[in-house]
Structures are given as C-alpha cells and as structure tokens.
Design a protein around this ligand. Structure first.
Ligand code: M6R
Length: 589
C-alpha cells in the first residue's frame, strides 16, 4: 500500500498535494514526496518520515499549478530519501509516483542499465520513468502507454512531463486510483478521502485503463486498444472518515476482510524464507520471541517445528530479555516476530541476544522499522498498514511467513518428504479463497455475537497448533470487549479451570479434523456436562471453516474468531478500533 495524489488547476499544487497526502497517510507513512512543475522544470522534494514532518522541512514554492505526490509504505528498498517517490528519468523530463509492485522490475532494470540509464534508488518503481524516456519520441501519451504495457504486477501510476505542463497521465492495474472532478481543476488520488474536502464528484479508474487529466477535461482510454471509454461520474455521500475505511464501519473490520490478501502477500516471501531456512539449519537451538498476538504466531511456529522433529522455544519478549537470554550463545538463532517492528520488549530481547552473539532474523510487517535495523536478516510479511489496535491481518501474515520458514527448515533437515511438502504448499495457496468463504459467513457470526454479547466470561480451548488460536481468540475478545476470557490447552481444563464452568458459560472449542479430534471431543464433553454453551469451530462446527490440511488450520480457524470478537465488541456498543488503555505499538517497557 502507498498513497498517490495529483493536482492540476489554478491553485498552488504542492500545498494542495500535501493536504491530500495527509488524508492518504493511513495507506503508508514511512516517507513522502511531491513533484511539481515550476519555471519550466519539474522540482522534486521528498524525504523519509511522516507527511507533516516532511512538509515542514521542504521548500514547496508557490507558483506551481501542476504536480503529483506520494506517501510510501516501503516494499522494495528501505525507507530513505533515495527510495521515496516521486522518481524521475535520467534527464528529469518525466516524473512519476506509483503504488503497487512491479514484478518484472529486475529484468526491466537490467535492460535499461545496458542502455545506459542511471538509477538512483533500489525501488521497483524507478524503471517506469526510464521506460517512458526510452519510448519517448515527442509524444508523452504514447511513450507512457508503451512503458505501462511493459509492466507486470500491480500498479496505480501518475506521471508528468516537463514538456507537457498541461496534463497528468495515469494508469491502473489492481491498485486503486480515482479522479476528483473540480471546477477548472482536477484531482487524482489512490482513494476517495483525499479529494473529499475539494469535490464529491469522482470517476473510478478500472483495471487496464489509463487517463489524460487536464484542468478542464478528463479522458479515459483502454490501455490495450486506446479506445476512449465513457465513465460514470459518481456523487460521494460518505464523510472523510467513512471513506478512509472504504465503507467498512471500522478499520478492524476492513483489516479482517483484508486477511486473504495478507496471506497472498506473505506467500510472495517464499524465496526469502527458503534462504533463511538454509542459514537456520546450522544452529543448534532456535528461539522465537515476540509479544501479544505475535507471540501466538511464535507458538504456532514452535508446534510446527515440533511436528517435524525440530526442537525450539517460543517465549514472550518481557521474559526472554531477562531470563532466556542468559542461556544464549553463538550456536543459537533467534526469530523475532513483530507487526510494528517497534515493540520495546521484542527489540530489547534482540539486542540482548546479539550481545550473546546469537544470529537474529526478524519477521516484520513495517519495512525499515527499528527491529529490522538490528536483525541479521528480515522476512517481511507485507500485510500493509494495520491501523486498528487489535492485530488481525498482520497475524495471518506472520503465520504464513512462519509456516513457509518452518516447512523450508524441515526440508533442509530432511525431515519432510517432498510430496507432502508440495501438497501443503498447494493447500496454502488455496487458503485465501477459503478465508473468503469464512468471511462470506459474516452474517451468521454476527448473529452468534448478538447472543453472546452479555456473557461475563469466555473459555477458548484448543490443542497443539490451535492452542495458540485459542489464546489469540481470547486476547481479541479481552482487548476490544473488556470481558474476561480464558484460553487453555483443551486437556488442561480438568486440572482446575473446569471449576469455573457453569450453565451458559461459552466454551469455544477449536477442533480441526486431525488425529486429536476425538480427544478434543472428550474435552468438550467435560464442559457440556457442566451445561456450558459449546461453540465448535471446525469443518462441521457452529463456526464453519472449509477443509484444509491440519497444519494450516491456525491460519484459517482464527478468521471466524476475529470476526466474532469484532461483532461482540460492536454489539456491546464499543469502538473496537480504539480499545481503552491500549496503544498500537508498545514502545515502552
Ligand atoms: O507490533 P507487534 O506485533 O510487536 O505488537 C505486539 C503486541 O503489542 C500486539 O500484538 C498486541 O498484543 C495487539 N494489540 C494484539 O491485538
């Protein structure tokens, strides 16, 4: 995710563009920049940091009526001034901003370097202005279209040329782009909230369309045929906050619905996980360290490795840093997991581990965050910005990255047969569609939440890989509904907590179709005998999930529990995005 913006009209473009960027910052916030036409040149101002900080430090000029801008969520290349957008060609004639991922950028870049193009960044994006330069022979639109046709992957692009200060070109494939229609001025943005204070009339660009935006006209064409397309003009009735949530009532719900994509994005990291597994096989002891939700992903990883006969430990950061660390040495590998990469206890654990000469790799969502800078290696989950305090899609990203890592390590050690490995990988690629099926069942889950909303205590039980699922389900409900929730390994119920069960206490039993299903059924009977209200999560459960390999069940089985927690919170009239007493990143001890 990144946010892009464009303006053409009679007002001061950079000022307007920064206002638009501020409203797009939820899409990315590690660096920002603006490019505008003034005095016959395109001037570019950009840097690492948040939009407001950059705006303060930049000389924005006051005489430009045309410009483009970008707020970045790093994918290729760490957050830095060089990697910030906009990017230009060798002669600063063409400047562009891009959201998406250009999959074939390496081969394009190599070809362009052979033709003497000079690159200044590590980004995939920078190939685009150089391609336009390569194809340019006097017609900006034609060079732009030829360049865009060379790209594989996803993109929303805005481009300006110093020879054509009366137009902005734009194109889209799988990344959002809209045009806000003004009076003698037009606006371009990744998303509607950016233009809402200026206009409520918008055109939504569809995949494989491109456009020519001038101050008094907008023309949209088919990228393949070049034919002009008549587009519908929509009147937007949402307010800005509603628009940022893309019509979802809360960020948390939006992020739960982004879980299929979080899985897809993490799957793209398979080469990196294979590379790290190659290193991990040389260490005698493996430790996973993390906090909160990320620590449950760590626990899943530990169970996965155990499945393949590889010992490891999963420890929360606040304990690891003061205890586990004492037993570390250079034969240890530490895998630190964090959405933000800024969690104080996880960072301190890694710093202590490094003092003991342990090897550290981190599994992180936020590119360039503190944790990534102190780790030997990094696996990015690429889940996109997570705004809601309660972590949801980032957890799925972590689970997928760790599953890939554990499977690769098992293969490195010769502990998994190739056919089984391929079967699981195949099934893993089907998980996004299966998650979608769970999300389609939203209505049923909402009804169940209504029934449960006044319960004072919840029990979540699971075994092995799904004990962490129970922990995560319980944490979610605690965080956003403020009710007591206990998570137990199902076999432990009888060792104490059973005393708390009485009529109507909800027991949510996570029961995949595996070799422990019958054992789980016995544990459920123990609770049923105390008249507890049993809610089974399984293939034929009350919360239904599609069939999947039991090893992948933590990824799929948590989805209905995320939705359940969300709907219990809203049924209680609470705001799940802003739970009391909590912060998104816990940067203090
Ligand atoms: O950014 P991190 O993944 O390091 O954050 C760790 C925890 O603070 C975080 O998962 C927290 O538990 C969430 N609020 C859970 O929803």
């Amino acid at each position: 995710m990144c946010g892009i913006a464009g303006y053409i009209g009679e007002r001061n473009a950079p000022e307007i563009l920064f206002d638009m960027l501020k409203r797009l910052e939820y899409r990315g916030y590690d660096s920002a920049g603006v490019a505008y036409f003034a005095h016959g040149r395109i001037l570019v101002s950009k840097d690492r940091g948040k939009v407001n900080d950059i705006r303060k430090n930049l000389n924005l000029g006051r005489e430009s009526k045309l410009g483009i801008a970008h707020t970045r969520w790093a994918t290729h290349g760490e957050p830095s001034r060089e990697n910030s957008h906009p990017h230009s060609d060798c002669n600063s004639q063409f400047t562009i901003a891009h959201n998406g991922i250009i999959e074939n950028y390496k081969e394009l870049r190599e070809g362009l370097i052979e033709r003497k193009h000079r690159f200044l960044s590590e980004t995939d994006t920078e190939v685009i202005p150089h391609l336009i330069e390569e194809f340019y022979s006097g017609n900006f639109e034609s060079a732009f279209v030829k360049a865009v046709k060379k790209l594989r992957g996803s993109f929303a692009i805005v481009a300006i040329s110093k020879s054509n200060p009366d137009m902005i070109l734009l194109a889209r494939k799988e990344s959002p782009l809209i045009i806000g229609l003004g009076d003698g001025e037009n606006f371009i943005a990744s998303d509607t909230p950016a233009v809402l204070p200026e206009t409520r009339r918008i055109i939504i660009l569809d995949d494989l369309e491109y456009g020519i935006v001038k101050k008094n006209s907008v023309t949209i064409k088919d990228l393949e045929t070049g034919d002009e397309i008549k587009k519908e003009i929509r009147e937007i009735e949402w307010d800005i906050e509603e628009a940022e949530k893309e019509g979802y009532e809360h960020f948390m719900l939006k992020e739960i619905f982004e879980e299929p994509n979080a899985v897809r994005n993490a799957l793209n990291g398979i080469n990196k996980t294979e590379e790290i597994a190659g290193k991990l096989k040389n260490f005698n002891r493996i430790y996973f360290v993390a906090c909160g939700t990320a620590s449950y992903a760590a626990l899943v990883a530990k169970y996965l490795l155990e499945r393949f006969g590889i010992p490891s430990e999963a420890i929360v950061g606040s304990e690891f840093r003061y205890s586990t660390v004492n037993s570390l040495g250079s034969d240890c590998a530490v895998i630190a997991i964090s959405q933000s990469g800024e969690t104080a206890d996880t960072i301190a654990s890694v710093k202590e581990a490094r003092k003991k000469l342990a090897y550290v790799t981190s599994v992180v969502n936020v590119v360039g965050s503190s944790l990534t800078r102190i780790s030997d290696d990094v696996i990015y989950t690429y889940s996109g910005p997570e705004i809601a305090v309660a972590s949801t899609k980032a957890y799925l990203g972590q689970l997928v990255s760790l599953t890939l890592l554990c499977l690769s390590l098992a293969r490195e050690k010769g502990n998994i047969n190739e056919q089984y490995m391929n079967e699981i990988l195949d099934d893993l690629h089907k998980i996004p569609d299966k998650i979608r099926q769970v999300l389609d069942n939203e209505g049923e889950i909402k009804k169940l939440a209504e029934k449960l909303k006044d319960k004072k205590i919840f029990f979540y039980i699971g075994r092995r890989l799904n004990y962490p699922t129970a922990l995560e389900g319980a944490l979610k409900i605690k965080e956003i509904s403020y009710v007591h929730a206990e998570a137990y390994p199902a076999g432990e119920l009888k060792h104490g907590p059973l005393a708390l069960l009485e009529e109507g206490v909800p027991v949510i039993a996570i029961s995949p179709n595996d070799d422990l299903k019958e054992k789980m059924e016995s544990n459920v009977q123990e609770a049923r005998a105390r008249n507890a209200t049993i809610i089974m999560v399984g293939e034929d459960g009350d919360l239904r999930v599609p069939v999947c390999d039991p090893l992948l069940s933590p990824i799929l089985y948590i989805v209905p529990l995320h939705l359940l927690a969300y709907y219990i919170s809203t049924a209680k009239g609470l705001d799940p995005d802003k739970p009391r007493n909590l912060a998104k990143s816990v940067t203090v001890e």
